[in-house]
Each structure stands twice: as structure tokens, then as C-alpha cells.
Design a protein around this ligand. Structure first.
Ligand code: AMP
Ligand code: TRP
Length: 330
């Protein structure tokens, strides 16, 4: 086990997962099975830090699990589990809270953005990155596949790990974030200056992984571009750049190849073909998702198995943390 690289990532069971999640994160989780045995955590304890509906949270926890398996996570080659099923996570978060500073947390961009959207800003939303650090560090993680918006949280995790190691002795490996080469930040189709998001984006500009083919085609056909004609990536062409990246991922071709393929074509044709490519990309995932959802007992069995693996993998690190901090259990 110690010779293979340790891979860990987390995904929230809130909102319906969108194309940004699929391209920026889920696709990387699946690919990482070739490099090691990824631990993929459905972070329900993170999702309670903002207003939520308990019944919906319960439902989307199962739904995200089904989506992860449908996307290609193989229960034999990965561990998919729910954060709240492994109590080491909140325990480790409490311990790490004492080696994380108020100032560090106050600087987190995601906290500032999310706090602005809430009527009630919970203490949990503020300490959210500490729980994320616990998630990652408990598994002696080397690599964290994520989208661009999580970069700062993994940097904080490294700082916290280094501080703990310096104060209490070498305990954690230092994790490193990895981003997909193309698609680390998929933008809203209607407002391409901001990232695609179910909480902060537009409804028409957010393409859901489970959108029916007709909705996918329509959202891409009506994607906002610019008044030019050239299908090239450029800082002043956020809409077209985003569509080129989506097409690149959907057809598994370099962005340069997409640019030369569509040289001289109009935006209309291009958008239509991106629509078809995304329908083909998501169609098999949607089909497997429906199959998995129709067998809830099997889905629950897989998650229970994941929790068992995760408990065993995280226990030694949690024990070392207690021990070194001088609060060892009797
Ligand atoms: P969340 O749904 O917030 O838990 O995000 C799950 C994963 O999706 C994280 O690794 C994020 O970095 C990634 N992600 C979220 N939004 C986007 C986006 N618009 N483009 C690329 N990756 C994203
Ligand atoms: N904060 C992440 C997000 O919003 C989700 C997350 C929780 C995570 N714990 C993690 C991601 C550990 C990577 C590793 O997307």
C-alpha cells in the first residue's frame, strides 16, 4: 500500500451535479484509478454548513453515490464512501482546528463568497476548510484531484499539515492538488465570466449531468458567445474558449485540434456539434445512473463497504494524532 500513491478527493451531495463537476473533478477521479486506489468521499458534513433540506440531503447523498459509480468508479479499484459514516473525519477536524489560525480561515475566498450569499453565516461555514484538511490528511494523501476553485483549500491543508508535523512530530504526508489540463474551470454558458455552479450560476447556463438530451442541446445552442466569428481560445472570448474546452474533453481531442477543425465554420454549427458531443459523453453515464438507482439495496451495500474500508484506512492516522497531541484515549 505504501508504494502506491494515495489519492483522495471530496464532492458535495448538494445541488445536482453539473458539467463543471463532471469535467473538472469526476472524470479525474475515474482516470486516477490507473495510478492508484482513490478514496472518493461524499462530503455530507460539509453540506450542512449552509441552509439545506434534510430530506433532500439524504436523497442527494445516494444520488451522488450512484452518479460516481455510473461515471466509472469501480468498487474494486476505488473506495467511494459517505463522510458522516466515518467518525474519524469530524474528530480529526476538531484536533486540526487547534493548529489552524483564525487569520488563515478568514482569508479563504470560498468562505467570503459563500458568506455573502447567506442570511445566517454559520461557524461551520467558517471552519469548513479544517474539515476538508482532516478529510485529506487522514488518508496520508499524496494527490488531490480537484477543480481550480479548490486550490486554496489544498494549500491551507498543506500549511496545517506542516504546522502539525513541526509541533508534534512527523504525522502527515503533504498532499498536492492536481487539476485537469483542460476543464479545471468550466464557465457558465450564459455568463461565461463566472464559473458554472448550481448555487451561483444561471439556470440556462448550468448544464446538469442528468439533463435530458434535448435540454443539453438547447443549453449549448443558446450559449452566449461574442460578436466575432473565429473559433479560437482568447482571454476576450470567454464563451467560445469555454465551448472549445468542453468540446476538447467531450471528444478527447486537444483544444488546438478543435480550433483547426472548426476554422472558418460559423458559431451556430460549432455550438450544435458541441451539443451532440456532450450528449454522447453523458448518455452512457445517465443510462448506468438509472440502472443503479433502480437497485437501492445494492447501492447501499456498496457505500457500506466503502465506509468499512475508509474506517480501516483512516484509523491509524487518527490514533497517531490523539497520541501526539497528548490527548490519547485510555
Ligand atoms: P462541489 O460540487 O462543490 O463539491 O465540487 C466538486 C468538485 O468539482 C471540486 O473538485 C470542484 O473543484 C469541482 N468543480 C466545481 N465547479 C467546477 C467548475 N465550474 N469547473 C470545474 N470544476 C469544478
Ligand atoms: N470543498 C470541496 C468542494 O466544495 C469538497 C471537499 C470536501 C473536498 N473535502 C474535500 C475536495 C477533500 C477535495 C478533498 O468542492
Amino acid at each position: 500500500m505504501s508504494t502506491t500513491i494515495r489519492i483522495f478527493s471530496g464532492i458535495q451531495p448538494t445541488g445536482v451535479k453539473h458539467l463543471g463537476n463532471y469535467i473538472g473533478a469526476i472524470r479525474q477521479y475515474v482516470a486516477s484509478q490507473d495510478d492508484g486506489h482513490p478514496f472518493i468521499c461524499i462530503v455530507d458534513l460539509h453540506s450542512i454548513t449552509v441552509a439545506h433540506d434534510p430530506a433532500e440531503l439524504r436523497e442527494s447523498t445516494l444520488s451522488v453515490a450512484a452518479l460516481l459509480f455510473a461515471a466509472g468508479l469501480d468498487p474494486e479499484r476505488s473506495t467511494v464512501f459517505v463522510q458522516s459514516h466515518v467518525s474519524a473525519h469530524p474528530e480529526a477536524a476538531w484536533l486540526l482546528g487547534s493548529v489552524t489560525s483564525f487569520g488563515e480561515l478568514r482569508r479563504m475566498t470560498q468562505f467570503k463568497e459563500k458568506a455573502d450569499q447567506q442570511e445566517f453565516v454559520s461557524a461551520g461555514l467558517f471552519t469548513y476548510p479544517v474539515l476538508q484538511a482532516a478529510d485529506i490528511l487522514l488518508y496520508q494523501t499524496d494527490v488531490v484531484p480537484i477543480g481550480e476553485d479548490q486550490r486554496q483549500h489544498v494549500e491551507l491543508t498543506r500549511d496545517v499539515a506542516e504546522r502539525f508535523n513541526a509541533r508534534y512530530g512527523e504525522t502527515f504526508r503533504l498532499p498536492r492538488a492536481v487539476f485537469p489540463e483542460v476543464g479545471a474551470r468550466i464557465m457558465d454558458l450564459q455568463e461565461p465570466e463566472r464559473k458554472m455552479s448550481t448555487t451561483g450560476g444561471t439556470a440556462q447556463g448550468t448544464l446538469l449531468v442528468l439533463d435530458p438530451p434535448e435540454a443539453i442541446r438547447k443549453k449549448l445552442r443558446s450559449a452566449v458567445t461574442d460578436s466575432g466569428r473565429d473559433i479560437v481560445r482568447s482571454p476576450d472570448k470567454a464563451g467560445i474558449t469555454n465551448l472549445i474546452e468542453i468540446m476538447s474533453v467531450a471528444t478527447d481531442k486537444e483544444p488546438e485540434a478543435i480550433e483547426s477543425r472548426y476554422d472558418g465554420e460559423g458559431y451556430g454549427t460549432f455550438k450544435q456539434e458541441v451539443g451532440e458531443a456532450v450528449v454522447s459523453l453523458l448518455e452512457p453515464v445517465q443510462r448506468r445512473y438509472e440502472e443503479l438507482r433502480s437497485d437501492e439495496a445494492e447501492l447501499r451495500r456498496l457505500i457500506a463497504l466503502g465506509a468499512e474500508n475508509a474506517r480501516a484506512a483512516s484509523a491509524p492516522t487518527l490514533e497517531a494524532m490523539y497520541e501526539r497531541m497528548g490527548v490519547a484515549k485510555p
